[in-house]
Design a protein around this ligand. Structure first.
Ligand SMILES: [Zn+2]
Length: 86
């Protein structure tokens, strides 16, 4: 039997948002950030986070909500974060 037959061992790499860490994100994935205060939406790549000293590959994606600042209205910690898997 061919264990690599299509459909047999296909594992989704999509991780539930509450479990997802920055390291789960690949180069084709985006983090979508929506500002509660003004509704501004932006898509950013994981590399953008990893240059920050307070974010490591182990940081949970949902924890980014409290750390990001809206570029439109400067609200801090008003973000709704979700992952757009590439
Ligand atoms: Zn805003």
């Amino acid at each position: 039997m061919n264990d690599l037959a299509p459909g047999r061992w296909v594992l989704s790499r999509i991780v539930p948002l509450y479990k997802a860490r920055v390291s789960d994100l690949g180069p084709d994935d985006f983090v979508k950030i929506t500002c509660y205060a003004c509704g501004h939406e932006t898509l950013i790549t994981p590399d953008t986070f990893l240059v920050r000293p307070d974010v490591s590959p182990n940081t949970r994606v949902v924890d980014l909500e409290r750390r990001v600042r809206c570029r439109e209205c400067n609200a801090i910690g008003e973000a709704l974060v979700s992952v757009r898997w590439g």
